[in-house]
Ligand binder design. Structure first.
Ligand code: ARG
Length: 285
């Protein structure tokens, strides 16, 4: 079958035609964004943050989602919670069920209940306040009907069983080893129901073997890709929004028929976050 996708690779190349599906997303405007504590190696409170630039970069990402046909809802940012912009950490939502987030660090604990009350106010009825620490979609990434679950730095491995019981989908635990890649979404991104890209060095040997077994054709990131947070990406099945400096990944994605869109979120990277961290997917039934 000829490849009629104009954004795809040239003639003769057999990359699949990619189809985007519209998503419902939750974001939190970085009105109170700052770096005045350090809970990951990217955060240097002595380095100044340009609040105006952070807001402009974030706004561009939000508008881009809307231009691509996605629905973006916003939760009101709360003063005193500078990391609340990282909406991915606020919960995990599958089939309309909401697993609340329970943060590892005291600096962020108030975000969990804040996000959960947003869901309650929006009419979500199946909500679980978790027993174990989990940082939402920072460590929980859905690939098809399998929930990939990070641990090692933030999410407690006991949360994986709690998530499996609550959502009723198989949960696959993956252990992170490099403090620079402290959440699963800094080391792995889901591209489609059965495709991912990841940085092997961020995982234990056992978890790497699991990833190889589940995703033998995965896009593997280089150290350079990972260092610019290239894996902190969002895919709608066709468009992949990722940090613009992840040039090797961008080429790889294009070769496979995806349409990579580079985004500049360097101001938010000062807190250790980028595209995916700013984005929580609200999956209905
Ligand atoms: N400063 C935040 C923290 O360390 C950044 C969170 C980034 N979010 C993410 N989904 N990786 O918790």
């Amino acid at each position: 079958m000829p490849n009629t996708d104009t954004a795809g690779p040239g003639p003769g190349d057999r990359a699949p035609v990619r189809t985007a599906t519209p998503r419902r997303l939750l974001m939190c405007r970085p009105s109170h964004f700052d770096v005045h504590y350090s809970i990951n190696p990217w955060m240097h409170p002595e380095k100044p943050v340009d609040a105006g630039l952070a807001l402009a970069q974030w706004t561009r990402l939000r508008d881009l989602y809307r231009e691509l046909g996605h629905t973006v809802e916003e939760i009101d940012p709360l003063p005193g919670l500078p990391d609340m912009v990282f909406a991915a950490n606020g919960a995990t939502v599958i089939d309309g069920k909401v697993l609340g987030a329970r943060f590892r660090h005291a600096e962020r604990t108030a975000e969990g209940p804040a996000y959960l009350s947003w869901f309650r106010a929006q009419g979500f009825t199946e909500l679980l306040w978790p027993e174990h620490i989990n940082e939402g979609e920072g460590d929980y990434l859905l690939a098809g009907r399998r929930l990939l679950a990070g641990t090692g730095f933030r999410t407690d491995p006991r949360s994986h069983a709690e998530a499996q019981e609550f959502f009723g989908v198989p949960v696959t635990g993956l252990t992170l080893v490099d403090p620079e890649f402290y959440h699963l979404d800094t080391a792995l991104a889901v591209l489609s129901d059965d495709e991912v890209m990841y940085y092997p060095e961020a995982f234990t040997p056992g978890s790497r073997a699991v990833l190889r077994e589940l995703f033998p054709d995965a896009v593997l990131a280089t150290a350079e890709d990972a260092a610019v947070f290239g894996l902190n990406a969002f895919s709608d099945g066709r468009h992949v929004l990722l940090p613009e400096s992840a040039t090797h990944l961008t080429g790889e994605l294009r070769r496979r028929g995806f349409e990579p869109i580079g985004v500049d979120l360097t101001e938010l990277l000062k807190a250790g976050g980028s595209v995916k961290c700013c984005t929580l997917e609200l999956r209905g039934r």
